[in-house]
Design a protein around this ligand. Structure first.
Ligand SMILES: *Cc1c(COP(=O)(O)O)cnc(C)c1O
Length: 391
């Protein structure tokens, strides 16, 4: 029991309690306005979690007064016929191309979030290699563990090096014991805590003693950053072993709702009509899917174009390099992978972590410099760190 915390929770619940009678519109307006203002007030100090807050969708307010549902495959018509599937297909094609996949050889859809996209990719891998175990590094996201549990498939957690990259020698050692079974390996492009980008070529070579290798790329954060780095021409579907990719779209791109792209090679899905009632082919993990998310993603991507995405990635990488220098000057021992917008450093005092929404693990913390993060915000953080230390 933590009395102060539960007291806060009760106060909050009381404030929003829903009663038998309708609340007066003015009261609802006040509560939602103050909710929005409170969230906006945090934006200039939102440094530690991967969500780009640099967006504006209010011109699309009209879409909140219509119902849009994309059940089944984006390319399949459905009986309800109130979807935004043409927009969804455009989004899937654009991201497939960014991932070095030919649109007509890539299957994809907009999933609820990165965790669902990881489950989708691993399900495709487990179907392709029924005897294989799943391998990931100790720095992989916990959604990989959930996915393995849901599929009742054995998960082998391989050591990561001190920077957070999967250790290929450790992977090779375990894969040699699994000769003939094949291997499903999760490579992470920007690990959650240190932003490490796994060496996919080294991972493929290390896993090959097991037999056939299926790589799922968890590119939740890095999927819209690495295409614009030195990895651009070789990442994603450029390697034949890569079967599937997950990219969270509320992270590097930024959207008011969480959503993600689930991509795989077209040959890995079977397009059968699932349920006469919906009348669509459906290789997704759900039934109804957010048509709103597809509209938002199409609007954002069409407005930016690939050149806008590239500019965003370069801005974010430049801010990360700036943060690395500033945090070094503040004596916090920063570390960053060159293709990553995550900078890990010595954990500051708790008050600083709370004020700047910093994610922490043990004695380290990180900032993620997505486009809403400006150099002045980094300067303010560094000042707060040195002031706290002086106290
Ligand atoms: C954020 C993250 C996820 C989970 O994505 P959600 O969109 O939050 O479900 C998975 N993997 C990595 C590496 C992540 O950083």
């Amino acid at each position: 029991m933590n009395p102060p915390l539960s007291a806060t929770a009760e106060t909050v619940f009381d404030e929003y309690a829903i009663g038998a009678r309708p609340r007066p519109a003015a009261e609802i307006g006040e509560l939602t306005e103050s909710f929005i203002a409170g969230m906006l007030a945090e934006k200039p100090r939102f440094l530690g979690f991967p969500a780009n807050m640099d967006f504006r969708f209010s011109e699309l307010a009209g879409v909140l007064d219509i119902f849009v549902n994309n059940p089944g495959d984006p390319r399949s018509a459905d009986k309800a016929g109130i979807s935004s599937k043409p927009m969804e297909c455009a989004v899937v094609d654009a991201v497939a191309r960014l991932a070095n996949g030919a649109p007509d050889e890539t299957y994809g859809y907009i999933a609820a979030a990165g965790s669902e996209a990881n489950l989708f990719g691993l399900d495709r891998g487990c179907t392709a290699l029924p005897a294989a175990r799943i391998y990931c590094s100790s720095a992989a996201h916990y959604s990989i563990r959930k996915a393995a549990r849901l599929m009742r498939r054995e998960l082998v957690v391989v050591d990561a090096d001190p920077t957070g990259r999967m250790d290929p020698a450790a992977l090779a050692a375990t894969c040699r014991r699994d000769a003939g079974r094949g291997a499903i390996v999760v490579a992470t492009l920007s690990t959650t805590m240190t932003g490490a980008v796994d060496d996919v070529d080294a991972i493929i070579a290390a896993a090959s003693p097991a037999g056939e290798v299926y790589v799922h790329l968890d590119a939740a954060l890095g999927g819209l950053i690495v295409p614009f780095t030195e990895y651009g021409p070789t990442w994603g579907f450029a390697r034949p072993e890569v079967g599937s990719i997950a990219i969270s779209m509320h992270k590097a791109l930024g959207t008011p709702v969480v959503c993600a792209l689930a991509l795989c090679r077209a040959g890995l899905v079977h397009t059968a009509v699932e349920g006469d009632y919906v009348g669509a082919t459906d290789a997704t993990l759900g039934c109804s899917r957010s048509g709103l998310a597809a509209v938002l993603l199409w609007y954002a991507l069409a407005g930016k174009g690939l050149s806008g995405l590239e500019a965003d990635a370069h801005t974010a990488l430049a801010t990360a390099a700036y943060a690395e220098r500033a945090l070094a000057a503040a004596g916090t021992h920063p570390l960053r992978h060159p293709a990553s917008v995550t900078v890990v450093f010595d954990r500051p005092a708790d008050a600083v972590c709370r004020r700047y929404h910093l994610a922490t693990e043990g004695d380290r913390a990180h900032v993620i410099t997505l486009p809403h993060v400006r150099e002045a915000m980094i300067d303010e953080l560094c000042l707060a760190i040195t002031e706290q230390r002086g106290m």
